[in-house]
Design a protein around this ligand. Structure first.
Ligand SMILES: C[S@@+](CC[C@H](N)C(=O)[O-])C[C@H]1O[C@@H](n2cnc3c(N)ncnc32)[C@H](O)[C@@H]1O
Length: 291
């Protein structure tokens, strides 16, 4: 996809400012996810996270492999930290002169706000629905479900419900298209930052926050504090092997047609060992079709 430049310098300060108001509060604990949605695009500007942009060629190949039917291709984005997946889906189809019908489902209003914001920026009509994906229903089936790093949001036992839901939402022959980190050495508990990872992450944030100060107009020390909260809160449930992925998808009636190593260049900060993703592992790319 040529020349897709996401307008992060405009939207990162917006997300940081609006997340405390818009983010969802957990009904049980009252905790908000603003530490995540408010900071995610800052991490992207600091090149400390892997996002759909790093897998752009994969998403393009995968979406192009789905046979087109009559009418606009229907794509569901299932969970979106920001608008990156939307930007890629639009760019991939538009390059072929096709306007997709995209629906974004997320349980948080900040994520949906950013998707609406980008849709307006890109003159696209996008449906946004605030819902837990496990509860979501659609009026018509989708050709593709796209997401990135979503499996870790679910405890392993719940993933069966997630994939069963995705399957229900797809038309026969439609595909789940996703990329995820595989943490082969992780235990069964949520992944966290090791002391060494925390140290290099902090150092990278401090360094980059100073260079990007003009964008978010915040003291680098403030950004480091936000990074600290992010590190304490982020606890993805690890996916531990390719086999686990294959079994999970196939148990839910989805045929794995690709399970490949992610070939993207690492995010720049990761070359120094700094990353906003806890634990070690490799990225995999998955295409699985509804039988
Ligand atoms: C897609 S995941 C990870 C995003 C990824 N790191 C990226 O590059 O875009 C994070 C998103 O999933 C959403 N989410 C988590 N659990 C969800 C659920 N059960 N239903 C709907 N959205 C959910 C969160 O609100 C968040 O916006």
């Amino acid at each position: 996809m040529k020349n897709l430049k996401e307008p992060l310098e405009l939207s990162a300060p917006l997300a940081r400012r609006l997340a405390p108001q818009l983010c969802r509060k957990d009904p049980a604990t009252g905790e908000s996810c603003s530490w995540y949605h408010g900071f995610w695009q800052c991490l992207r500007l600091m090149e400390l996270v892997v996002t759909p942009a790093h897998h752009a060629a994969f998403y393009q190949r995968a979406l192009q492999s789905i046979p087109s039917g009559n009418g606009a291709p229907r794509v569901l984005i299932s969970g979106a930290a920001d608008y990156s997946m939307l930007a890629h889906v639009l760019a991939i189809y538009r390059e072929r002169g096709v306007e997709p019908a995209v629906t974004v489902v997320d349980r948080c209003d900040t994520a949906l706000y950013l998707n609406r914001w980008y849709a307006e920026h890109a003159s696209a009509a996008v449906e946004c629905s605030r819902s837990d994906i496990l509860e979501y229903t659609a009026s018509a089936p989708f050709d593709a479900v796209c997401t990135h790093s979503f499996l870790g949001q679910f405890v392993p036992d719940e993933r069966i419900r997630l994939l069963t839901k995705w399957r229900q939402l797809l038309r026969p022959g439609g595909a789940v298209i996703t990329a995820n980190k595989v943490r082969a050495t992780a235990g069964a508990e949520p992944a966290g930052f090791s002391p060494g990872q925390a140290q290099s992450f902090r150092a990278a944030v401090l360094h980059k926050a100073a260079a990007l100060r003009a964008i978010w107009q915040a003291d680098p020390a403030e950004i480091v504090l936000e990074a600290e909260v992010y590190m304490n809160e982020l606890r993805p449930w690890p996916v531990r092997s390719r086999e686990e992925i294959r079994q999970l998808f196939e148990a839910c009636g989805l045929k794995v047609v690709e399970l490949s190593d992610a070939t993207h260049a690492p995010a720049a900060g990761r070359q120094t060992g700094a990353s906003a993703s806890p634990g070690s592992g490799d990225g995999v790319q998955i295409i699985a079709t509804r039988l």
